[in-house]
Write a protein that binds this ligand. Structure first.
Ligand code: KG4
Ligand code: ZN
Length: 347
């Protein structure tokens, strides 16, 4: 089964075609990061307006693979309809959680394509879908064994799930305040890295020599409590306090290193605790923060560990298609709507 997926929940505009939930045929992502750099963060109005500009060209480019090399931007709306009719079995679209204006762009576009082609449309939960990036372009012979513990760490979410099978998910815990990615983003801004987020922290941390004993010590929030919940807002406050006392161009890399250590220590420890509690056979890591090399390194070597390639960790539509294939269900197009606060717990 071939699925065309559309993803516009935050500031990316993405479309992908995936075969049988695993084989990526095309995967196109347009980002409006440059615009947000100008405004010092994501401005929902700006994001939605950019997505309106990008959504049709991005879908055309994702479908261009079927038009024997014809320039994607040149073919008409009628050709899109023909292409979907001939090559696509279902449409998948992110319906939430996310920014309302952004979600509406993807949802209404997907509904229109489903309406004019008569193809089934599958609504997708963005956060749950992140973990299905682990099933893209992977070797079936070394697939994860169940039960598995799955950690989704993104800009807006830090959630732990017990995965009993490809379909059977149970929410175990999540962040009580800021998400891990949000903490990376806010502390990056504090250290003067602008809109660079976790990647900027990672790059700065790599410049810090761990041979010298660090004088900066940050807390590991909720590391020792009994729940599988997280909290990162206290860490942000601690960084702010320490930075006021000891922050300067000589200590910035040391700060980045300690921030990265603190966040990754907590994520790894809590995930391993969940794995032990539920006798997990594998661990799955996903979401934008899963791109972090330090975090990936800390997980390696512990039971059977899976994480997508770095490009598939951050927002894209390929994992939306994968989720739709393995766990989605078609709905009537007129019943599909954007749900900004779609639950990631009650699933
Ligand atoms: O999943 P994602 O692309 O979008 C959301 O659904 O939120 O995640 C974006 C988050 C941002 O907070 C960003 O700073 C973080 O992922 N991120 C990273 C890295 N690359 C992206 N965090 C740490 N290290 C990275 N290399
Ligand atoms: Zn995401």
């Amino acid at each position: 089964m071939r699925i065309l997926a559309i993803e516009t929940s935050c500031d990316e505009t993405a479309a992908a075609v995936v075969q049988d939930g695993t084989k990526i045929i095309s995967n196109i992502v347009a980002s409006s990061t440059k615009m947000h750099e100008k405004y010092g963060g994501i401005v929902p109005e700006v994001a939605a307006r950019e997505q309106l500009r990008f959504v049709i060209p991005v879908i055309k480019e994702a479908l261009a693979i079927f038009t024997k090399g014809a320039m994607s931007l040149q073919y008409s709306e009628q050709a899109i309809r023909q292409c979907v009719n001939d090559h696509i079995d279902s449409i998948a679209v992110t319906v939430g959680p996310g920014l309302i204006g952004s979600l509406l762009v993807g949802v209404e576009t997907a509904k229109t394509i489903a309406y004019i082609t008569g193809k089934p449309i599958i609504p997708v939960n963005h956060v749950l879908a992140h973990m299905y990036a682990n099933f893209l372009d992977f070797d079936l012979k070394i697939s994860p064994s169940f039960p598995a513990i799955s950690l989704v760490a993104s800009g807006g979410h830090t959630e732990l799930y017990l995965m009993k099978s490809m379909k059977d998910l149970i929410w175990l815990g999540g962040t009580l305040d800021d998400a891990a990615g949000e903490c990376f983003d806010k502390t990056a801004r504090l250290l003067g890295f602008g809109h660079g987020g976790g990647l900027a922290i990672q790059n700065a941390a790599a410049k810090y020599s761990t041979k010298a004993k660090s004088k900066i010590h940050l807390p590991r929030p909720m590391l020792h409590d009994d729940t599988l919940n997280f909290s990162f807002s206290g860490l942000k406050t601690a960084v702010m306090r320490e930075w006021k006392k000891n922050g300067n161009s000589n200590t910035v890399n040391e700060f980045a290193h300690e921030i990265q250590e603190s966040i990754s220590d907590v994520l790894v420890e809590k995930t391993l605790r969940a794995a032990k509690k539920y006798n997990a056979q594998s661990i799955l890591l996903s979401g934008g923060v899963a791109a972090n090399t330090c975090l990936r390194k800390k997980f390696k070597g512990v039971i059977s560990f899976f994480t997508p390639s770095v490009e598939l960790c951050t927002d894209n539509a390929a994992y939306i298609a994968s989720y739709a294939y393995f766990r989605g269900a078609p709905a009537e197009w007129h019943n599909i709507t954007a749900i900004p606060d779609l639950s990631v717990e009650d699933i």
